[in-house]
Design a binder for this molecule. Structure first.
Ligand code: AMP
Ligand code: MG
Length: 333
């Protein structure tokens, strides 16, 4: 019955008028998940400074790994509170924002949380070319992560109905501004080094960027070199923050000199001798565990331990992404 189907819906859908925009900003500031219209597709938005909200976002999307997310801000002034812009990055920002261009720049510490940056020292920032999106961002006053509002592997949504087909009951609010103009994704430019590099072609044509730079745009180097020099795109993220000390997975006992990364309150044999002990989630909540992952790894890394022993962590839900991240941290380097 369609009436029953309607009753089962519990994600609120509001028109993108002044009241809807204010409510979206309120939900975001409170750590909620909002489907937000952008000029390309509906984005699944959350407060990028809040690791718990970001963990919920990854869980809602069902992503098997923590890809770094783009931080959306209302204008260049707000962008400067999130990342460090050199002269060239500033010229690009002033010329092409708002619009389909994302700039990767060195991150301002503490503005976008580690989890949203997937542990990278850089941050991807964009000022979207959609009035509703910018109005919400201005009202939130914090950077907002917004990957496409669909389950991982599904098609990007261009209407509220598409969003609800995937995420009804899982997210808190849909802000309805009608269908998006179906656009391509943003052009991503790496401005962390001497030369600007094109990481992903997109809505802003390469020629427009080259006209401003006054020379041809460097492409990210391919293959092995890319992984060593510019491991910036999905699947090439081997150089994410990794602890300086070795990481040992699925530890059921603790060796002398080790620190313990725990989960669910479990204390492996020998824990009483651990140099340090931090639990990702004493109650066994995988969203809380994801939110704590990077901060706990850093603290244990700085504890003076000679290695970090990680207890077994369930692999369902966000556990898969946590396992992926920990496997990278434990990989030989
Ligand atoms: P989208 O799927 O359009 O939200 O775009 C996300 C893209 O931004 C992914 O391809 C990420 O790899 C890329 N990205 C996000 N943060 C960074 C970063 N710090 N460095 C390089 N690429 C990034
Ligand atoms: Mg997508």
């Amino acid at each position: 019955m369609s009436a029953l189907a309607k009753d089962e819906r519990n994600t609120l859908c509001l028109p993108a008028d002044a009241a809807g925009i204010a409510e979206a900003a309120r939900v975001l500031a409170a750590g909620g998940l909002v489907a937000l219209p952008t000029e390309t597709v509906y984005g699944l938005a959350c407060d990028a400074s809040n690791p718990r909200a970001v963990a919920r976002l990854y869980a809602a999307k069902g992503r098997p790994s923590f890809n770094p997310l783009i931080a959306h801000v209302p204008d260049f002034e707000a962008a400067k509170r999130v990342g460090h812009f050199n002269g060239t990055a500033a010229r690009l920002a002033e010329r092409f924002w708002p619009g389909p261009m994302t700039l990767v720049v060195p991150a301002v510490e503490g503005a976008v949380c580690d989890l949203a940056r997937a542990g990278l020292p850089s941050v991807a920032i964009r000022v979207p070319g959609h009035d509703v999106a910018r109005a919400v961002l201005a009202a939130v006053g914090r950077p907002v992560a917004a990957p496409s509002a669909n389950r991982s592997g599904h098609v990007s949504p261009t209407t509220p109905a598409h969003v609800l087909a995937d995420l009804d009951g899982i997210i808190d609010l849909v802000l309805d501004a009608g269908p998006c103009m179906v656009g391509v994704e943003s052009t991503i430019l790496d401005c962390t080094g001497e030369e600007v590099r094109l990481l992903r072609p997109g809505g802003l044509p390469r020629a427009a960027v080259e006209a401003l730079l006054g020379h041809p745009l460097m492409r990210r180097p391919a293959g092995r070199q890319a992984r060593e020099e510019a491991p910036l795109a999905p699947g090439m993220l081997a150089s994410h923050y990794a602890p300086a000390v070795p990481v040992r997975l699925n530890a059921v006992s603790v060796a002398p000199g080790e620190a313990v990364l725990g989960f669910g309150g479990v204390r492996p044999a020998g824990s009483e001798h651990a140099v340090a002990w931090l639990d990702l989630s004493p109650s066994g909540d995988l969203i809380e565990a994801a939110a704590n992952l990077f901060a706990h790894l850093r603290r244990l890394d700085e504890s003076g331990a000679r290695a970090i022993a990680v207890v077994p962590i369930p692999t369902e839900g966000l556990g898969e992404a946590i396992a992926d991240r920990l496997a990278r941290a434990a990989a030989p380097r």
